[in-house]
Write a protein that binds this ligand. Sequence first.
Ligand code: SF4
Length: 651
Amino acid sequence: MGEQVPRPEDYFPYPEFRRYQREVVEFAYQVLANGWIGLLNAPCGIGKSVAALTAYLMAKDAGLMEQDAKLMVLTRTKAQLEIYVREVRRIRDVLGIDIKAAVFASRQDMCPLRLENPSLAKARYKDFLRTCKQLRRGVGAVCPYYEGTYRSRFKISSATRAAVARALRTGATLPGELVELCRDLGICAYEAVKCVARRADILVGNYNYLLLEPVREAILWRFGVDELGELSCVVDEAHNLDKWAVDIMSDEISSFSFSRAAKEAEEFEVPDRGLMAEMVDLVDDMGHETYKLYGPEYERLVDPELVADMLLDRLGLTSKRVLLSLLRLLEDEGDRVRLTRAEEGQAPISYVGRCASFLRDFLSFSGREFAHYSLALERDGRVRGRLGVRCLDPSMTASVLNELRSALLMSGTLWHRDYYVEVLGLDRSRVKFMSVPSPFPRENRLLLVDKAVSTKYEFRVEQEFEAIARRLSVLLKAIGGRVAIYFPSYDVMEEVLKRLKLDVPHLAEERRTRVEEVMAFMSSYERCVLLGVARGKVSEGVDLSAGGRGLLSGVIIVGLPYPKKTGLQEALTAYFEERFGRRGWHYANTVPCLVALAQSAGRLQRSPSDRGVVIIMDKRAAGRFKRYLPREWRADMMATQNLEALVEAIR
Ligand code: SF4
């Protein structure tokens, strides 16, 4: 680095750097100063958020970024967002630097009207957005908070000016705090934070603020950014970016939603020509066929043109174009239903609107980048069909990163840089990579592999589940304390749980389980077992700690969490093979497995003093798969078939 490089300690709001933190600041500085796209693989505990903010201040002060250069920070969870608020405030308090952030939660979370109208709070997000839009336009009713925000079309009210001034004075305001303030002032907190953005240096929000074009366009001009090339961006927990990028272009719906839409159409006299009722049969028929062929939870590919033809035939319509205009009309009818419901004090929900939007996307998203599928779920002995469309290509939205001035993608599990470069469609000539080891003492984490079992598909038989359950009982006793067990899927969890005798309290994750429930459960017992699935709510992005210490004494990963083999997964593999050749299979299957493995194991150590054991119960982990693991994992791993040896190692 040249002589003009500012000293990190002058911009760092703590007395000393944590292990590897200074190196991370220097890397982030180089990324921002040189207009790179940086991939930073740095595990939990290093303090990446404050390191990124320090680097931003350094780059600005060194004149390598313009003085008014703006930074967008993208986070996935509320907890991550709160960290940035805390660090901005600390920089202001400790260093006296006048840095300001506009902190965005979703429009629904920042809506004060929802606090007095619980039906608005209960509405699904898309329903809420359409209702809010109508209220802002004054269709049927008006939003008093929106009216209070503006004096005229282009002028904010004095109450809004007061709220903005207060938010700017504190430097960073939590969305909840701003909602309280704005509620008292009678203005909309989401509109207010947009006004804060104009004068802020940093915008904190979720990935949609960059990836979703309409949201990006609506926010950036408020943030004072005319061109993406002026903006730098930090993406926290960036290993989620690939999934988020495809999720925003994907959707799935059940026959149950169509049956509610059919009832709604009747009740509100929506002229749907019987479409919703036809869809109930169609989705269920396809679902039953999928179930007969492959069982539950299997995504079988279907041809959207066949679905369109069947619908045209059943409804007596002449062309797909006519069908699409009917769907647009039904989306508008959905707005009418929402409004009527809101006027009657009910939640502004419309199943007709929701189903019409889904179907329009299902029929319009076409080409190799999309896969359409049918799925069956079994609940209480009843089989119900679902229909979905999935985007296969994260680069369709994520390649917007190339247009930025610079971008720093940070995570503890960016183990395979080529995957992120290729799958996100990053400009390789601008990409720089840095990887740092865990700052926590390696001797505090024991890494074992139980080579006697596996969840490979051909091994998924009764004896194998029995063996896993038997060995789990012994290992749980040896570990003691609080233990999390992660399974590759709900099916495997169910099979093992049926055979597992637990003599301590346990909580098994369901699709509806909330993180708050899990934290309350874990805090209530000193010895207990949490059972979850890989890529689930309790294995990723959740901080299982209290008072700065990790809650777990052990993490057991039952089976390598490869994605389930389904028609949809095969379509993804084929698409990646077409794009990336021989690396395609690895990208579609091994990398997601590695990320899920690392995320599950990462629940164990949350502070330097946490000690515990990670056990992978799958012989494949010690075989060819091992070469994909980080060096420290390979070096620390002890693998054996001998249960007594495993127990001995734990003790
Ligand atoms: S304008 Fe603001 S306060 Fe009004 S409904 Fe929309 S988000 Fe809520």
